[in-house]
Design a protein around this ligand. Structure first.
Ligand SMILES: [Cu+2]
Length: 140
């Protein structure tokens, strides 16, 4: 099923023949503490084209889902979201306290200075793979 969806996305992207309007940059994650198997990935998404939606994420580092942080009654919670709107000509920054990519079941710890790929899937622009830089826990 995943392969069929990916093939369809690539086919659609090829048909449109336009230069990519979505650019994903500044992807980063904090190093994990011993025994920690989850990590959040943050990124900046710039859109020079029409409205789009971030509809999926994947990574070899672990299972990846879109997450939204919420602060209700002084308690920080996270919930899964199925997609994130990317406004036309807009810029979406995934940052601590807001929407992020949640990685669970990490195969190995995230060490400072390491990097790994994450693929972002957009409804119209198709997939974008970026390299996530791992920074120290207090670095940013
Ligand atoms: Cu999360």
């Amino acid at each position: 099923m995943r392969l069929i969806v990916l093939t369809l996305v690539l086919a659609l992207a090829g048909c449109e023949g336009r230069s990519p309007a979505i650019k994903v940059s500044d992807a980063w994650a904090r190093a994990t503490a011993p025994g920690q198997s989850n990590a959040a990935v943050y990124v900046t998404i710039a859109n020079r084209g029409g409205a789009d939606r971030l509809v999926g994420v994947s990574s070899d580092a672990g299972a990846a889902i879109l997450h939204q942080s919420e602060n209700g009654g002084g308690v920080a919670r996270m919930r899964m979201v199925s997609e994130t709107p990317i406004p036309a000509g807009g810029r979406v920054v995934l940052a601590p306290g807001g929407t992020h990519i949640m990685l669970t079941g990490l195969g190995s710890p995230l060490a400072v200075g390491a990097d790994f790929p994450v693929t972002f899937r957009f409804a119209k622009a198709g997939p974008r793979t970026v390299t996530v830089a791992v920074v120290g826990a207090g670095a940013r």
